[in-house]
Design a binder for this molecule. Structure first.
Ligand SMILES: [Zn+2]
Length: 170
């Protein structure tokens, strides 16, 4: 089977729908700032394809069966890598993906755009002595998650930069 998937998708800005096997890939796309949906567990293939077309998203999948759909060349981006690292690299090279698009502008858990947290949100979402004292804190209103510049976020930033370096080394 010749794989020509993905070459024609006219999407700008890039938006994604990842299949349920690719939760880690989806979370990294969100960390980088890309609008990325995940389907309800057990969603049938047809529903994924219809959703990607209706919402104009790349359907990123590790399931080769999805290439059987007639619209696959336009919307389905099949990743053949066997682990997340290989799949992330493949995605990077296929789309020349910029992992430093807008880091920490979306919640990695739920895809909601983040905003600068108010003092009240810092207290409410992260109860404890003084809440989060850091100046730069972002909040997700949907799942009440806070993100702030700390060692975890710094590690994720380094990882995004490392993934961008794949583009240069290709
Ligand atoms: Zn969230």
């Amino acid at each position: 089977m010749k794989l020509i998937e993905g070459s024609l998708c006219p999407l700008a800005p890039l938006r994604f729908l990842c299949d349920e096997m690719l939760i880690n890939v989806a979370q990294w796309l969100r960390v980088a700032g890309y609008d990325t949906s995940l389907p309800a567990p057990g969603s049938p293939d047809r529903q994924l394809v219809d959703c990607s077309r209706a919402e104009q998203r790349w359907l990123v999948t590790a399931d080769a069966d999805l290439l059987e759909f007639a619209c696959a060349p336009f919307y389905v981006l099949f990743l053949s890598g066997r682990d997340d690292q290989a799949r992330l690299r493949e995605l990077t090279l296929r789309l020349d993906l910029d992992w430093c698009l807008a880091p920490f502008s979306r919640c990695k858990n739920c895809n909601t755009p983040l905003h600068t947290a108010s003092e009240r949100e810092k207290q409410l979402f992260h109860p404890g002595p003084g809440g989060v004292s850091n100046d730069t804190v972002w909040a997700c209103v949907t799942c009440r998650q806070l993100y702030w510049e700390g060692s975890h976020v710094r590690r994720m930033r380094s990882r995004l930069e490392a993934m961008n370096a794949w583009r240069d080394s290709h």
